[in-house]
Design a binder for this molecule. Structure first.
Ligand code: FES
Length: 170
C-alpha cells in the first residue's frame, strides 16, 4: 500500500474493484484501465501494487502497460487534446494545426503543460474526415480548424472553465 494518504483512498477503490472481479489475473488489462481512470496514469507504484495484489511479476504488468499505447506512465493533463493526423486531415493541413496547437500550449505533441491543464497527442482518423482538419478535446470534435484564432478560442474555453471551477472550489 502507498504511504501517501492523498492516494490511499484511490488504492482502496482499486482494491475493491479487483476484489469484485471473479478472474483477477485474467483481467489485468481491465484492471489497468480502471487504475488509469482512478489515478490518471500508471506510475511504478500503481503497477507494483497491482502486481502484488494479483500475485504476478511486476515485469508482467510493466510489459502490458508499455505494450498498449492507451496506457500511459506519465501524468496527464486535466484535458486531453488530440490532433488528427489521418490522411484527410493531413491533406487539409493537420500539420499546420498541430504546430499551432503546440505553439499555443507551449508544448510538443506527447507532452503535458506544466500547469497540468492540457496534454497533447495525435490520433489517426476519428471518422470526421468531412470536417478536416480536426482536433478533439476530451473526445469533443472540433472541425475545419484552419484559423489560429479558432484554436485559441477553443483552448481558452477550457482555460476559462477551469478558472471558474477553481473559483467555485476555493
Ligand atoms: S482523417 Fe481526420 S477525421 Fe478522418
Amino acid at each position: 500500500m502507498c504511504d501517501n494518504p492523498s492516494t490511499d483512498h484511490l488504492f482502496q477503490q482499486l482494491d475493491d474493484y479487483i476484489d469484485s472481479l471473479p478472474y483477477k489475473k485474467e483481467d489485468l488489462i481491465v484492471i489497468l484501465h480502471q487504475a488509469q481512470a482512478l489515478f490518471g496514469y500508471l506510475p511504478d507504484k500503481v503497477q507494483w501494487h497491482i502486481a502484488q495484489k494479483l500475485d504476478i511479476p511486476s515485469a508482467k504488468v510493466y510489459g502490458v502497460v508499455s505494450f498498449y499505447s492507451f496506457f500511459t506512465m506519465k501524468p496527464r493533463g486535466k484535458h486531453v487534446a488530440n490532433v488528427c493526423m489521418g490522411t484527410a486531415c493531413f491533406v487539409r493541413g493537420s500539420e499546420k494545426l498541430q504546430a499551432e496547437v503546440e505553439k499555443q500550449l507551449g508544448i510538443k505533441t506527447g507532452q503535458t503543460t506544466t500547469d497540468h491543464l492540457f496534454s497533447l497527442d495525435s490520433v489517426r482518423c476519428i471518422g470526421a474526415c468531412g470536417l478536416a482538419p480536426v482536433m478533439t478535446v476530451d473526445g469533443k470534435v472540433y472541425g475545419r480548424l484552419n484559423d489560429p484564432k479558432e484554436v485559441e478560442h477553443i483552448l481558452a474555453t477550457y482555460e476559462t472553465e477551469n478558472q471558474i471551477s477553481e473559483t467555485v472550489v476555493h
